[in-house]
Write a protein that binds this ligand. Structure first.
Ligand code: NIG
Ligand code: FE
Length: 416
């Protein structure tokens, strides 16, 4: 299949883009792209490609931008119920942390998620994934973390794997047993930390190696934050996970700066995420590492807070910067990476080109998939979007709509 005559074909070829090198889209005007067996096999100017591949099925993309599928590298998309009432409380003046300390917040979703069966979780999550896909997300990371006991966490991971199998969106699993302190350990946070290390991580490893579907272990993530896990507890969990062979992630600096970003860089984590109140030292540490800095602009926006990731400081420090939605029922129910781009342009001051790379190739790097997805180059999976606009800067510029005309996933066409 040959997609041709794209007004702009965004190739984004090469390795993840560091620091101020961010934003190299590798635009081919009047570009074309060949797909064979679900893979991209050639990319180039339309006139040449149409002559060489004249026998192929043709898709005319004139007047359109063709770009890599969006990658959402941080989601809590699997949950039961909703927290609309808490949203209203926040609008009336309560803070996210006050609601959490009063027994609401994450643990209220935990109550609902514990009661749900795997099928219930699949049933509630599927429509969210369908909408994310229609909005251009072709691969998403998906975290557990609303179970907070071994059985409920594994139930969530089972739902993630089932939804990944079902497709069309691909899901990359993360175990976030250390998302919050469950009510039964309210006064014994160290006891829960030890349970994560001694019981849950070995159980998740056993679960993962028993599956044929994913040959790799899921990521292990920790919410390193006041009211959740201390820096020492985060270190204990991540070091134990690393010894068991898991790749790592961390939630850090959403509200308080505890040093989680430097910890992530030291341990070789794939990413450190949130990064709103990160110190200069922590920014320097992540900039000197291969750990991807994942900013989640929908979260301060969802909480109606004024402070966002200081993206320029991260770029000055030569970081690999990515963005994600953080879709979750508490702080940011956002199903659109296009909306994350729109916010990143305004509040992180990224140009549309920078935000697009942060949402594709660099986002793929945050989930260790940059060799397979995130750019349009021969050998990569044919995950791409045909947009209803002739200029990529409409991403970022427009607010709250959906510019995707067609999603192509592993070479299969899904029209909107
Ligand atoms: O990334 N910070 C922790 N986790 C989510 C919020 C989850 C929730 O409130 O349910 C986040 O913002
Ligand atoms: Fe999160």
């Amino acid at each position: 299949m040959l997609i041709h005559s794209a007004a702009q074909l965004l190739t984004i070829v090469g390795t993840p883009q560091r620091g101020h090198a961010l934003g190299d889209l590798g635009v081919i005007e009047n570009g074309a792209l060949l797909i064979e067996d679900g893979l991209i096999t050639a990319v180039g100017p339309s006139n040449e490609m149409r002559a060489i591949y004249a026998e192929e099925e043709m898709i005319d993309a004139s007047g359109s931008v063709v770009m890599p599928g969006l990658v959402d590298p941080h989601t809590h998309v699997v949950w039961a119920g909703d927290r609309a009432a808490e949203f209203e409380m926040r609008i009336q003046g309560k803070t996210y942390m006050e609601i959490m300390q009063a027994g609401g917040g994450i643990v209220s979703t935990v109550r609902k998620t514990r009661q749900a069966t795997v099928d219930d979780l699949i049933f509630e999550t599927r429509p969210r994934l369908r909408r994310m896909f229609a909005n251009g997300t072709t691969t998403a990371e998906a975290k557990s973390g609303y179970g907070l006991d071994t059985e409920s966490e594994i139930k969530t991971l089972d739902a993630i794997l089932a939804l990944d199998m079902e497709g069309p969106m691909e899901l990359v699993p993360t175990f976030l047993g250390a998302h919050a302190i469950p009510p039964e350990f309210k006064d014994n946070t160290q006891g829960y930390t030890d349970l994560v290390c001694e019981e849950m991580l070995p159980a998740v490893k056993k679960w993962a190696v028993g599956k044929e579907q994913k040959m790799i272990l899921p990521f292990v993530d920790v919410f390193c934050e006041t009211g959740a896990f201390t820096l020492e507890q985060s270190r204990q969990i991540l070091k134990t996970a690393r010894e068991l062979g898991f790749p790592l992630k961390i939630h850090a600096d959403e509200f308080d700066n505890l040093g989680g970003v430097t910890l992530a860089a030291e341990l070789g984590a794939a990413s450190a995420d949130h990064l709103v109140v990160t110190s200069k030292e922590d920014i320097a540490a992540i900039g000197a590492s291969d750990t991807v800095a994942v900013s989640l602009p929908c979260t301060p926006f969802g909480l109606a807070e004024g402070e966002y990731t200081p993206a320029k400081d991260f770029l000055d420090a030569n970081c690999i910067l990515a963005i994600a939605t953080d879709i979750n029922p508490g702080t940011a129910w956002c199903e659109s990476m296009q909306f994350a781009i729109t916010l990143a342009c305004r509040y992180l001051r990224l140009t549309p080109a920078q935000a697009i790379v942060a949402a594709t190739l660099n986002a793929a790097a945050a989930i260790n998939q940059a060799d397979k997805i995130g750019s349009l180059e021969p050998g990569k999976q044919a995950d791409l979007l045909i947009l209803n606009v002739p200029d990529y800067r409409h991403l970022g510029y427009r607010i709250g709509g959906n510019l995707v005309k067609t999603v192509i996933k592993k070479g299969q066409i899904y029209p909107n």
